[in-house]
Write a protein that binds this ligand. Structure first.
Ligand code: SAH
Length: 260
């Protein structure tokens, strides 16, 4: 019997699955197997259609949204829906981009399930920092350049990012910023003000690991304007540090954007 269908079918289970950054080939084997057996999937905006193709035609699909400034379902509604579906005895897949435990609110959703006694499992995914940097040919650590790597959110509240700037400007480290596109000018300004070299290399990668991947390279000084000129859009990941220099040598992924 597949582990997807426990003996007691009257009790559902929620599988919190990381869908990775876009390329469906990056799904774990367990994620792919669970998707194929799902009764219902509740998925976020960042989940690629290639990943959804793993679902059986019979699976009910619920789009939970969560684009910037456009929350299709409120977090409490999502939490309540997961509890309701599991109580109906369904095998529920809660599918999130990247890894559910990294800037994914996975923990919050599981807390609600735990409080209601609903069984759950977590299936990790390739987080954007890992998947996107790989496909951009930018190792996040390298003995010559960085011994530390920080993952931070650049989501701005009231136009300012509440970040620990002194910790972000230490030498020999890489800083990966999730959700930092709209705040990029402010982030670069703050880093320079806190002592980072104005010429520190920066990469911004849009749609990493997919056929529409775009990589823009610059420095703390030049990157905001380059990103604006090239009209990069969400989802984009920002990588700051000397490891970005390796992109020139190690970029291997050649996306083929669909022809208009
Ligand atoms: N849980 C996810 C992150 C969710 S926050 C994970 O582990 O990856 C959403 C942010 O992730 C986006 O704003 C962007 O910064 C980043 N991101 C996710 N997928 C991406 C992709 N394919 N390319 C570039 N950035 C991506």
């Amino acid at each position: 019997m597949s582990s997807l269908h426990p003996a007691n079918k009257t009790t559902g289970c929620v599988y919190l699955i990381g869908a990775g950054p876009g390329d469906a080939e990056l799904l774990t084997l367990r994620a792919a197997r669970l998707l194929r057996g799902a009764d219902v999937v509740v998925y976020d905006n960042l989940v690629s259609s290639d990943v959804l193709d793993f679902l059986p035609p019979s699976a009910q699909r619920v789009y939970a949204g969560k684009r910037r400034n456009e929350h299709t379902m409120r977090q409490e509604q999502i939490n309540d829906l997961l509890v309701k579906l599991a109580r109906e005895g369904k095998q529920v897949v809660r599918l999130k981009g990247g890894d559910p435990f990294i800037f994914g609110r996975g923990g919050e959703e599981l807390q609600t399930l735990a409080a209601h006694g609903v069984a759950f499992e977590v299936i990790p995914g390739v987080t954007a920092a890992s998947g996107v940097s790989s496909y951009a040919g930018i190792p996040l650590t390298h003995r010559d350049y960085a011994q530390t790597c920080l993952f931070v959110t650049g989501h701005l509240k009231d136009g300012t990012a509440d970040l620990d700037w002194p910790s972000l400007v230490r030498p020999n480290q890489t800083v990966v910023i999730y959700m930092g596109l709209s705040g990029l000018p402010e982030i670069c300004k703050q880093l320079i003000q806190h002592g980072a070299p104005a010429e520190l290399p920066v990469a911004v990668v849009q749609d990493g690991s997919t056929q529409t991947q775009r990589v823009v390279i610059g420095t703390l000084t030049s990157i905001p304007e380059r990103v604006a000129t090239q009209q990069l859009k969400s989802p984009s990941l920002t990588i700051i540090g000397n490891v970005v220099k390796l992109h020139a040598e190690l970029a291997w992924f050649k996306p083929c954007p669909p022809q208009p």
